[in-house]
Each structure stands twice: as structure tokens, then as C-alpha cells.
Design a protein around this ligand. Structure first.
Ligand code: ADP
Ligand code: MG
Length: 749
């Protein structure tokens, strides 16, 4: 505004009064400010085009860099730790620490941190400076082997599920050399992050990394036994691999900060569906808006620097929903990279005036977000054990491992359901949206056919996929994928890996994959034993194998379902087959700590009794806390934002009705609106009172009682309040409505 304009405004009392009235009457946020970002600020934000090859892994300390900087003999020693898991001597640790410090300080790092993954599901870091004062009154940059190997953060503020009493506050972080250290940059400086495990002073795992590593070890040990039985001598190691697809929403900051529910709960607790949602199906794979694309590119640039092999980006089904997916990696690194991806998404979004929502269901009535976790087993000789090849019926190793998966899922449906249970994910699984809460496997036509042959006789052929002609000679014929697609299955075989689709977008992949590895190890153990027993009876290998697979599949194959997982018929059919259908988190968790499950994790040395129980406690606690926060927020918003808005609007219409009648006019229109608003306000007050009452009650002393109270009393009360408030949104004047609407949040970008 020019000086003249300002003067004009300040000297004009009428104008000032008008401006004040306008700002009072108009809503407190600015939709246009949100939209304007696109044209005005984007230009400044977009940097140089990225050269992936030049920046890839720039901020990670690759083993090759270590090799080139370490003395030869030390590298030789260190390699044994890195690749064979041998213990590390302090001399070697000191040498590695020195290289790390030099590398990091050259990159501008002033601090280091042991970066770990506590049971909150996210990551934790406490920064320490490299600087140590010296005797001369100055300071030197120091970082010893001891600093590298072990840290001692106060564990008392992290969830421990009873593993740690408050007086035993100590916790330890221990360096995980198998995941490379990396540098996180921020405008204020850079930090060297050292991936670590986190344990209590008694050595119990307080994190998600430790059990993941243990489960991978269990797979190795047991699958190596399989190799031995198959007479396979070249393979020295079997490990699990994971590639995740992360879905997320981007909404404008302008709106985010006007929504207390997004701030406290990560999802909207109010809001009517916009007249246009995803009905037109025009968003999925649609062209990406400039501002969103700029944000995605920034995310990719940051992730490339951290060595995360990002591969795919696209629009998802819901408006304002997107997906990012890297290429798969070994589980430990994939899990670290997945945490980094979530953190970079959130950071980069802010640079572009967005907030990234990772919640499973930020908006009711439009698609939710998942984290498809693609999982496979591979050997150090480069074989993917879930690769069926062109003739799966002859591929004995594949048949054995695939049968083990079918058996694992069948035997442990309860655990697989636990792997994707959370308050947030309850809005997806078993709700109106799929995948359903029934844990079935999709195999596809070709494999189903092979397995049917196997069950009834022995597999003699594999249906070939052939070529797909498009009815024109211009376009070359393309080969049909033999394993077709099915989007409705929670656990689908997709060509050469299993895709666990039920995992929620906000999850750490560690726990779901730990469970997958564990149930697979259990199932393989049993199949190994049966095969060994069959071989002992003197059968030849093929005969023995066939007998083992046939008998394993008799019951297990019930878990295979290739049809529409969203349909009611499947719910009925699954019940007939006796499959579990645990529709919500509490139902799922109730069966988590059965004797059978506790012993399974103990036997395979993935989690001991106390560690396993701790995770159960923490999952319950998180469920309780999540709903509790949502319910308190619902109460506050309804009481302090929605009711007042409705009452003010009522007042304005009432004034119109009064004035109209005083002028002798018929005011039936105004009276009609008044009646409508009044009814809804009355209703809202009643529903709100009910919510206040259940919010004031905890439901009991034990965590499980508190959770039950949340499920049976609080959630329904919250839904009632929302339902009235959402009806009010449709009646109250738009400029009175205090919350940004779905229409704005989903479509302004
Ligand atoms: P989709 O079948 O969903 O289109 P893609 O082929 O794009 O999937 O793969 C999805 C994810 O699965 C990617 O992260 C990809 O790297 C990963 N993936 C592919 N092969 C494997 C494997 N053998 N093990 C684990 N993940 C894999
Ligand atoms: Mg996929």
C-alpha cells in the first residue's frame, strides 16, 4: 500500500469502520492467500534442476568412503563386523569414529546424534556437539570410538510398556554399523546421524529396529536349513527385502493452522463431504499441479542426498493425495529410509506452504492412506525366493517358499492383523473402505492354477500369459502379466513379492515386517521339519516335497482368495471358511498376547516375554491416548468454535426476521432458517453434553478398561457430535463458519 493510500485510509473514519466490520464479519482465514502461493512464491522456491547421479548418497557415509579413508588393516577388521556381524574392537571403533567425524565436519556438521526408533513409531535424536574444551582454554572437535558405539540417553520419557521403572531411567543406544550414518541438513546447521538400536539398562529392546534385525536373523537361520535340505550349497545367507509405497496428503498451511483437529490429531474431526470429491476419478495418476510437483522434487532431492532410491511419484485417488515409492532394499536400511522419507516429506512440504498429512484417514468420505509394504526373501547369490519364473510348477524352491507364506498367513492371521492395527487405521480396515480386516492372500490366476493342481494331484503345467493384442497394428503387442492385479486384497502376490497393503500410512514398517518375518520363520521351521521327516522315510526328494506341500496346503489354502475383497459375499464366505475378521484394533489386540503368540516370538528369539508384553501395552496406550485426544479436541471445537458460530448466525437471521416483521413483511424464509439452526443447536448441545460426560470418565484403572471405554462410549459420542455439526455446516452462512472446509482444503493447491 502506498503512503498516499494509507493516509487516505487513516483519515477516513467511515472507511476504517467499514474495514473493521468487514474483517469481523468475514471468516478469520484467507482462502485466496492459500491459493496465491502458486503464482507468486513458487518461482523463488524452485531451485536448479537436480542431477541425481551427482547428489545421490552425498550425505550418507557409504562403506566405500569408509574403505577409502580407513587404514587397510582396519578396514579389513571392520569389514568382518559389517558383513559377518563379528564383534567390534575399540581400536577399530576409534578409527571409524575419526573418519566419520572428519567426513561429517567437512560437510558442515557441528553435532552428532545417535538416531533411534523408540516405540512411539517415529524417530528420536539428542544432539551432542563434537566440540570438547582443551586445556589451553580452546576447544577441539572430538569424537571417539566410545561415542560412536554407545550412547546413554535418558530412557524415562520414551514408552517402555512397563519394561523400565522410572527409577531405572537409563537407556542405551548401540551403533548399528549395517545402516550407514548420514547427515541431516537444516538452514540452521547440519547434524551427523548415527543409526542405533535402543535398549533398557537390562538389555531389553525399547525400539523397533532391534526386533526387526532379530527377525531377519531368524529368517536367515531357518531358510539356510531349507537350502541345506534342497542341497543348495552356494547360498550363504538369506535375508528379507522391503519396498514401501507411501501415501500422503498435502494441504495448505493457511488451512492447517485454522484446524485444531489437524494440529492435535492429524485428521479432520469435522467436515462435510464436498459436492465434488473423488467421484469423477480424475485425480489418480492425473497431471500434478506445479506447486505440488515442486514440493515432490524437493523431497526427492533431499532423499537422494540421503541415499534413498526414490523411484515413483504420482497423484493418488483422493484429491490432494499423492504417493512416493523408492526401490526396495534390505529390511534394515529400508526401515531407516522409510522413517527418513516421512520426515523429509513433512519438512519439504513446509517450504512450499503445505503441511503433509500422514494420517490414515485425514478426511472422512474420501480415500485413506496406506503404506503398501512389498516384502520378499532373497539370497546372497542374487535369487529372489518369490520369483516364480516362467514355469512356477517346476520351480520347487518357489513352491516351497510360497507354500510357507500361505501357511504363515493362515496360521497367524491374528498376528498379521495386529501388524496393521491402530486407531488411525481403524478408519480403513474393516470400515467402509478396503482392504478388509480379513487377512487373506491373493495369488492370481496362474499361481492359483498351479496350487490347485498341487493340491489335487501334482503340478504339471503353468498357464502362460501370452500376448495382449490391442486390436491395432500400430501399437506393438505387449506381454500379459501372468499374475494379474487385485486391489482389494490386504496381502497380494504381485509378480515376485508379496504386497502387504493393510499397513497404515503413519506406521513404521519395522513392526509389520518383524511380524511377517517371524510368522514366516515359524512356518518355514515346520515345513523344514516335515520335509526332513519325509526324506528320512526314504522317499525321493520330489515325492517328499510334494507330500509336504500337499499336507501343508490342506487347511492353509483356505486363506487364499482371488475375488473381490470389498464385497459382502467375501465377508460371508470368509466366515464360512472360519477365517478371522477382527474389525477394529481392540478386537485385534485382544488376541495378541495369547500363550501361543508369546511363545512364538520367544522361541524365535525376536522378542522375549517382557518385550512382547511391553509392545502390547504400548499399542493399547497409543490407542487410548489417540482417541482421548480426538475426543477432547472434538469437545473444544464444538463448544468454542462451532456453537458460537451457529449462535451468531442465528442472531443475525433473528435480527432480519425482527426487522422484517416491524416493517410489516412476511418473514417465513428467515423463520425457516431460524427453526433449522435452532433445532440443530439444541441437538448439538445435547450431544455435546453427552460427550463431555464420557470425556470426564476414564472408564477404569487398567489400560484395557480405558480402551474399552474409548471404543464403546467415547467414539460413538464423538461421532454423534460430528454428525450434528456437519449438518450445521450446511446451514450456517459460509462466512460465519470457523473451520476451513473440505472443499477448500482438498482443492486449493
Ligand atoms: P506395483 O506392483 O505396486 O506397481 P512396483 O513394481 O512399482 O509395484 O513396486 C512397488 C514396490 O515394490 C517398489 O518399492 C519396488 O521396489 C518394490 N519391490 C519390487 N520387487 C521387490 C522385492 N523383490 N522385494 C521387496 N520389494 C520389492
Ligand atoms: Mg503397489
Amino acid at each position: 500500500m502506498s503512503k498516499n493510500q494509507k493516509d487516505l485510509l487513516l483519515n477516513n473514519p467511515q472507511l476504517i469502520k467499514f474495514a473493521i466490520e468487514m474483517s469481523k464479519a468475514y471468516r478469520r482465514y484467507d482462502t485466496l492467500a492459500a491459493a496465491r502461493f502458486t503464482s507468486n512464491e513458487l518461482q523463488d522456491k524452485v531451485g536448479e534442476p537436480i542431477n541425481i547421479l551427482a547428489i545421490f548418497g552425498d550425505n550418507t557415509l557409504h562403506p566405500e568412503t569408509l574403505k577409502s579413508r580407513l587404514p587397510k588393516n582396519i578396514w579389513k577388521e571392520f569389514k568382518k563386523t559389517l558383513y559377518d556381524g563379528e564383534p567390534l574392537s575399540l581400536t577399530v571403533a576409534d578409527a571409524v569414529a575419526l573418519v566419520m567425524k572428519d567426513w561429517a565436519t567437512e560437510k558442515g556438521a557441528t553435532h552428532f546424534t545417535h538416531w533411534f526408533q523408540p516405540l512411539t513409531g517415529s524417530t528420536a535424536e539428542k544432539h551432542d556437539s563434537f566440540i570438547t574444551p582443551n586445556q589451553g582454554g580452546g576447544a577441539v572437535a572430538e569424537f571417539s570410538g566410545k561415542d560412536l558405539i554407545q550412547g546413554e540417553p535418558d530412557a524415562s520419557s520414551f514408552p517402555s510398556g512397563g519394561l523400565r521403572a522410572t527409577f531405572e531411567a537409563r537407556g542405551y543406544t548401540a551403533w548399528d554399523p549395517s545402516s550407514p550414518a548420514f547427515i541431516v541438513e537444516s538452514p540452521a546447521g547440519a547434524v551427523l546421524c548415527i543409526p542405533t538400536a535402543f535398549a533398557s539398562w537390562k538389555g531389553e529392546a525399547l525400539d523397533t529396529k532391534t526386533p526387526l534385525l532379530r527377525s531377519d536373523h531368524a529368517i536367515d537361520k531357518i531358510a539356510m536349513k531349507t537350502m541345506e535340505l534342497f542341497g543348495e550349497t552356494e547360498v550363504k545367507k538369506v535375508f528379507s527385502t522391503v519396498g514401501f509405497e507411501q501415501e500422503y496428503f498435502l494441504v495448505d498451511e493457511e488451512f492447517y493452522y485454522r484446524r485444531p483437529d489437524l494440529i492435535t490429531s492429524g485428521r479432520t474431526l469435522f467436515g462435510t463431504k464436498p459436492p465434488r470429491g473423488q467421484e469423477l476419478e480424475d485425480h489418480y495418476f492425473g497431471s500434478i499441479p506445479d506447486r505440488v510437483l515442486a514440493c515432490m522434487i524437493d523431497v526427492e532431492k533431499e532423499l537422494y542426498k540421503l541415499g534413498v532410491p526414490v523411484k515413483t511419484r504420482h497423484n493418488e485417488v483422493a484429491p490432494a493425495q499423492y504417493e512416493i515409492a523408492p526401490i526396495y532394499e534390505t529390511v534394515n536400511i529400508a526401515a531407516d529410509h522409510q522413517q527418513l522419507t516421512m520426515s523429509v516429506l513433512q519438512k519439504s512440504a513446509r517450504k512450499f506452504g503445505f503441511v503433509c498429512l500422514l494420517h490414515e484417514k485425514p478426511f472422512a468420505g474420501v480415500n485413506g492412506s496406506g503404506k503398501h509394504s512389498n516384502w520378499s526373501l532373497a539370497t546372497d547369490t542374487g535369487i529372489n525366493l518369490f520369483e516364480p519364473t516362467d514355469n512356477p510348477h517346476e520351480n520347487k524352491m518357489f513352491l516351497f517358499f510360497a507354500t510357507a507364506v500361505i501357511k504363515a498367513v493362515y496360521d497367524h492371521q491374528d498376528l498379521l492383523r495386529v501388524a496393521c492395527a491402530s486407531a488411525g487405521n481403524d478408519h480403513r480396515l474393516g470400515a467402509n473402505e478396503a482392504p478388509p480386516a480379513i487377512m487373506s492372500i491373493f495369488l492370481g490366476e496362474q499361481l492359483d492354477d498351479v496350487f490347485q493342481q498341487l493340491i489335487t494331484d501334482k503340478p504339471k503345467s503353468s498357464k502362460q500369459s501370452g500376448l495382449l493384442g490391442l486390436g491395432t497394428n500400430v501399437i506393438p503387442h505387449i506381454s500379459k502379466h501372468a499374475g494379474d492385479r487385485n486391489r482389494t486384497s490386504p496381502f497380494a502376490f504381485t509378480g515376485n513379492k508379496f504386497e502387504f497393503r493393510a499397513v497404515g500410512s503413519n506406521f513404521s514398517v519395522s513392526m509389520p515386517v518383524t511380524i511377517l518375518n517371524t510368522i514366516m520363520a515359524a512356518s518355514l521351521t515346520e515345513l523344514n521339519a516335515s520335509l526332513e521327516a519325509e526324506l528320512k522315510t526314504g522317499k525321493d526328494f520330489d515325492e517328499a516335497l510334494l507330500a509336504v506341500l500337499k499336507s501343508a496346503l490342506v487347511d492353509s489354502y483356505k486363506v487364499v482368495f482371488n475375488g473381490d475383497g470389498y464385497s459382502q459375499e467375501w465377508q460371508d464366505e470368509a466366515a464360512k471358511r472360519g477365517l478371522l475378521n477382527r474389525k477394529n484394533t481392540l478386537e485385534a489386540l485382544r488376541y495378541m498376547v495369547t500363550d501361543k503368540n508369546v511363545k512364538l516370538f520367544e522361541r524365535l528369539a525376536v522378542l522375549n516375554h517382557d518385550e512382547y508384553h511391553a509392545r502390547y501395552e504400548i499399542m493399547l496406550e497409543q490407542y487410548f491416548k489417540t482417541i482421548n485426544i480426538e475426543a477432547e479436541t472434538t469437545q473444544t471445537i464444538a463448544k468454542t468454535m462451532i456453537l458460537p458460530a451457529a449462535v451468531r448466525f442465528f442472531n443475525e437471521v433473528a435480527a432480519v426476521a425482527d426487522r422484517g416483521s416491524s416493517l410489516g413483511l412476511k418473514t417465513t424464509g428467515a423463520s425457516h432458517i431460524l427453526g433449522e439452526v435452532n433445532d440443530l443447536v439444541n441437538d448439538l448441545v445435547v450431544k455435546l453434553d453427552a460427550l463431555v460426560k464420557v470425556n470426564a470418565d476414564l472408564g477404569g484403572d487398567s489400560i484395557s478398561e480405558k480402551c474399552d471405554h474409548m471404543y464403546t462410549n467415547v467414539i460413538p459420542a464423538m461421532n454423534e457430535v460430528r454428525s450434528v455439526a456437519d449438518r450445521l455446516e450446511k446451514v450456517v452462512a459460509d462466512d460465519y463458519w470457523p473451520l476451513p472446509t473440505y472443499r477448500e482444503m482438498l482443492f486449493v493447491k
